[in-house]
Structures are given as C-alpha cells and as structure tokens.
Design a binder for this molecule. Structure first.
Ligand code: GDP
Ligand code: MG
Length: 230
C-alpha cells in the first residue's frame, strides 16, 4: 500500500528560517508541506508560500497550530510528519521517521534528540532534564520509556485521529506520546540530529516565562491523560 505524507510545520515569526526549511523538503518522500501560522508579523506566511508550502492560519497556541495542520491535511494523506520551522530538525532524518510507518512496522515514530547528535547549545540543560524526568515518569506510570519530547515525529493519520487531541498549547507533543501508549500503538524511538535555530527567537525553551508555562502544561497533560480525562 502506498503512503501519502503530509508535513506539518508550526511557524510563528520564523522569517529567517522558514524559506530554507520549506525549500529543502524532500518532495520524493512527501506529498504536501503545510505551514501553520498564527499571527506572524515578519512575513513568515508569504516566505513559506513562495518556497512551496500550503500556508494556513490557526488560533493561538502551539497545539492549536498542530491540530489545525492535522485537520488541513489532504484527505488522501496517511502519514503525518511534524517538525519545527526554525531549522533545528534535520531533513536527512525524515526518511527514517516515515519508513517504519510506510512499511507497516510502526504507527508512531518519534525522533529523540537526546540520543542523536546535537549542536552545542541546541538543547538547554533544562530541556534535557525535563526530557529525562518525563521519560522516567512515563516508564513508571505507563511502562514505556521515551527519552525525549521532541517535535520531529511521524504518526499514522488514523492513529492520531483516534487520540482526540485536546491540549492546545505546548503539551501537545506529550499528549500524543502518552495516548500512543494508551492506544497500544507500535511505537519506535529513533535518534535524530538537532541543530541550533537558524535565526529569530525561541518562543519556548529560550524564553523563561514560556518555559515555565510549558512545564506547567506538560505536567498538566501528564496528570490529565493519566486520569483518563480527555
Ligand atoms: N503557529 C505557531 N507556531 C508556534 C507557536 N509557538 C511556537 N511555534 C513554532 O513552533 C516551533 C517550535 O518553537 P521554538 O520557538 O523553536 O521552541 P524551542 O525549540 O523550544 O525553543 C517553531 O517552528 C515555532 O515557530 C505558536 O503559538 N503558533
Ligand atoms: Mg526551536
């Protein structure tokens, strides 16, 4: 069975990187590239469109952007690949994320930056610690060991739809990981390389207020999914 792949990239004020990210898409592997913008003021949307992306708008928030991208994917697409728009994720890892799903060996393939080659300074110590803590808690409470909550990942579209995602902020990634365990999906974690952002500013890890909010959301997701609430 052949697969159709939709790439989904959330992008908020990523004018310095989004053009390069979109124009490096491996079109032999993917069928569409959706960039989800919500209020960029630096022309991110126009640059992304000029580089070949389909640009859509979404309500505020990282998870809301991801969900809007999922909803907008072509009806024919069977695999969704998520990545960031700041140039941190490496295109050369994409086929290893998509391959196991296309070959029907997995339903969810998550890239672990912790296990890959990282540019110095690309991940903060606080992010490494959060990834370790979450991996440990997930092992204890769910019986599966993740080593990262990274954004670079591929999932079977039908599996994501089953999850009925509800987290609209930075907890979206973890919600997907926990629900993947709960749904008994075939999960594979692979090492992926990680670079420093090409330009612009971090909206999450490099921003103290946003990091504290993200940590709070992530913990909230952990407790909520654990209780079985939506
Ligand atoms: N559309 C949209 N994209 C977002 C939002 N917040 C972050 N992003 C994008 O999500 C990706 C990850 O954000 P980033 O600032 O790099 O987070 P960091 O890697 O943790 O520092 C980037 O492509 C951002 O442009 C948001 O509220 N809306
Ligand atoms: Mg980033």
């Amino acid at each position: 069975m052949s697969s159709y792949v939709s790439v989904i990239i959330p992008a908020l004020n990523e004018a310095e990187s989004i053009g390069l990210v979109v124009s490096s898409m491996p079109w032999e592997l993917i069928d569409e590239c959706i960039v989800v913008d919500n209020g960029s003021t630096d022309g991110t949307d126009e640059i992304a469109a000029a580089a070949g992306a389909r640009v859509i708008k979404s309500p505020r928030g990282y998870g809301a952007a991801m969900q809007a991208g999922v909803n907008a994917a072509l009806s024919s697409s069977t695999i969704l690949l998520c990545m960031d728009g700041d140039g941190s994720d490496c295109i050369h890892d994409m086929s290893r994320l998509i391959g196991p799903i296309a070959r029907n060996e997995a339903d969810f393939v998550i890239g672990s930056r912790v296990r890959g080659q990282r540019d110095p300074g690309s991940m903060l110590t606080s992010q490494l610690f959060a990834a370790f803590l979450m991996g440990w808690l997930t092992k204890i409470f769910y019986g599966f060991r993740y080593t990262d909550m990274g954004p670079f990942r591929a999932i079977r579209r039908g599996s994501l739809e089953q999850m009925q995602m509800s987290e609209m902020t930075y907890g979206w990634n973890l919600e997907m990981q926990l629900k993947a365990i709960q749904l008994n999906l075939r999960i594979i974690e692979i090492p992926v390389d990680y670079k420093r952002r090409i330009g612009g500013e971090s909206k999450v890890s490099g921003n103290l207020g946003a990091s504290v909010d993200a940590a709070r959301r992530i913990l909230g997701v952990f407790l909520r999914v654990r209780r079985g609430a939506q």
